[in-house]
Design a protein around this ligand. Structure first.
Ligand SMILES: Cc1cc2nc3c(=O)[nH]c(=O)nc-3n(C[C@H](O)[C@H](O)[C@H](O)COP(=O)(O)O)c2cc1C
Length: 178
């Protein structure tokens, strides 16, 4: 089975999450490619796809959204998992739950309904003040966001292990079907 882990990352934290997911998706019968979305040549050549993007201004990066829309037929025809990387863990506590729920609703509308993935996970990434344009940086600070690296590798690996287990079941069912 060929598995694609595609990602869009502006400052690298999503890329590292994609690589960690790929590290967990190990099986003697699988090959796993980790590729930046803009460099994915033929998503149709993969049997399963895990695709993630950093969130900027409450949406996936444009190249990732474009990829999903452009390849929606290919993606819908195979098992797909999506992940988003934002900063909900850096929000003040009273805003966190609300922020995650709003992000989830937006994802459903923008992408989940398009590719019908088997799962979507919202991770917290890493953000530093110098990554923000001046005006939005001021706004982000005013909201009380704490900058830092909020990636949770145990959470990342657990999510990837669930995908691996589902892929084992999926490939068994495909073999029985053939
Ligand atoms: C310009 C900018 C806008 C951002 N907008 C959001 C946002 O709307 N919601 C959110 O949860 N995180 C937002 N973030 C935080 C990033 O999603 C987070 O830092 C993520 O880890 C970035 O991934 P990357 O390092 O792969 O680019 C923003 C970050 C930047 C730099």
């Amino acid at each position: 089975m060929r598995i694609l882990v595609g990602y869009a990352s502006a400052h690298g934290s999503t890329a590292e999450i994609a690589h960690r997911i790929a590290d967990v998706l190990q099986h003697p019968d699988w090959t796993v490619d980790v590729v930046e979305v803009q460099k994915i040549a033929d998503p149709g050549s993969y049997d399963a796809v895990v695709l993630g993007s950093a969130i900027h201004n409450q949406a996936w990066l444009p190249e990732a959204t474009e990829f999903v829309h452009h390849h929606q037929d290919v993606l819908r025809a195979r098992p797909v998992w999506l992940f988003s990387v934002g900063m909900s863990a850096g929000l003040p506590r009273w805003l966190r739950k609300q922020g995650r729920a709003a992000q989830d609703r937006r994802m459903a509308h923008a992408l989940r309904d398009v590719v019908r993935p088997r799962g979507h996970h919202l991770f917290s990434g890493a953000a530093w003040p110098e990554q923000f344009p001046r005006t939005s940086g001021i706004l982000v600070r005013a909201m009380g966001v704490h900058f830092g690296d909020y990636r949770d590798w145990a959470e990342t690996e657990a999510w990837a292990r669930d995908i691996a287990a589902e892929l084992v079941r999926y490939s068994r069912a495909e073999t029985d079907h053939a």
